[in-house]
Design a protein around this ligand. Sequence first.
Ligand code: FES
Length: 102
Amino acid sequence: MTKPTRHIFVCGSFRASGAPQGVCSKKGSQDLLAYLENELADRGMDGVSVTATGCLKACDRGPILVVYPDQLWYGGVESEEAIDAILDSLESGGAAAGYELR
Ligand code: FES
């Protein structure tokens, strides 16, 4: 097993029953997973894993995307443009203006 150098967690709003019922899922967070995976591959961002999660307890700011080990939290991630801005920032080492939660 190769451990990822960076891990992107996308809130899938999953509950104990396994059913996604929360805000992030209702706002389409899971629809962006394929786009995120494809963008990572297209950009050659090797070593980055993507995982859908349970509720990340920031529902009012969702959809939520979290990047570790960078400890970056992003909210309002509802579009491919948002994914692009976040990946641009990860590549450049800057912050994705308009999406980073503080
Ligand atoms: S459902 Fe995504 S943070 Fe709660």
